[in-house]
Design a protein around this ligand. Structure first.
Ligand code: KIV
Length: 275
């Protein structure tokens, strides 16, 4: 079934948990989509898991559009959400609307996500006014890593916890159709989820959220530079890939691959006549 922002809203109403995963290319989007996930986020985590940066700050609009186009080509049913990279929406409302529009117009995404609470509500309002669905993102917002002083759990004291609840309400009022909650204590994330009527999609925010999202390289144990506490390895694809690559190297070097069945044939007569 084709997922849309309405699917997300009605899932929250009927208490059905939503599933999202990240994807960054055609083949992976196709596999993930075929499995029946509700949404695919082309996350700016691209910078870390695909491009090898230490954080997400170097990711550009061009990077994001390039990968979003590939994901859209591989997706039939999931809602594709493009993640607005650092400095594509912070400087002005004009930038925010123009760049959000590029995700839909040039890349074919159906929604965008941006990071931040009350401070980005003017951007959310302007983008929604341009008929572009917006997913908010609060808690550990990786584009603010320098302000946070590292990748840390958010909302652990009274002031910060209250602010997160207020931010979520303001994001809903600004017109967002969903909110990502990242690295927030589970009980607080549950309170936030109850305080808003739009679905919350958690990552490191416990089971009280209305849905979950993970970076696919994390949950398949393919990205091993570091493993956040909230990640569960659902399959050990990293090791599976390693053994596949090693088997290939061995078979090429010992001459087992390619075998006859992998080769194209030619008539001996034609060969004879070549000399
Ligand atoms: O960029 C990303 O992958 C994200 C998720 C972690 C929510 O923002």
């Amino acid at each position: 079934m084709k997922n849309s922002v309405s699917t997300f809203m009605s899932a929250k109403k009927s208490g059905i948990k939503l599933t999202m995963l990240t994807a960054y290319d055609y083949s992976m989007a196709k596999i993930i989509d075929e499995c029946g996930v509700n949404g695919i986020l082309v996350g700016d985590s691209l910078g870390m898991v695909c491009l090898g940066y230490k954080d997400t700050l170097s990711v550009t609009m061009d990077d994001m559009l390039h990968h979003t186009k590939a994901v859209v080509r591989g997706t039939k049913n999931a809602l594709v959400v493009g993640d607005m990279p650092f400095m594509s929406y912070q400087a002005s409302l004009y930038d925010a609307v123009k760049n959000a529009g590029r995700f839909l117009q040039e890349a074919g995404a159906s929604a965008i996500k941006l990071e931040g609470g009350a401070v980005v509500c003017p951007q959310i309002k302007a983008i929604v006014a341009a008929q572009i669905p917006v997913m908010g993102h609060i808690g550990l917002t990786p584009q603010s890593v320098n302000m946070f002083g590292g990748f840390k759990v958010q909302g652990k004291n009274n002031v910060d916890a209250k602010k997160l609840i207020e931010d979520a309400k303001k994001i809903e009022d600004a017109g967002a159709f969903a909110i990502t909650l990242e690295c927030i204590p589970a009980k607080l994330a549950e309170l936030i989820s109850k305080a808003v009527t739009i679905p919350t999609i958690g990552i490191g925010a416990g089971g009280g959220c209305d849905g979950q999202i993970l970076v696919y390289q994390d949950m398949l144990n393919m990205f091993q530079d570091f493993k956040p506490k909230f990640v569960k390895s659902f399959a050990n694809v990293g090791d599976l890939m390693r053994s596949g690559f090693k088997a290939y190297i061995k078979e090429v070097t010992d001459g087992t691959f390619p075998a006859n069945e992998h080769c194209f044939k030619i008539d001996d007569e034609i060969l004879k006549n070549l000399y």
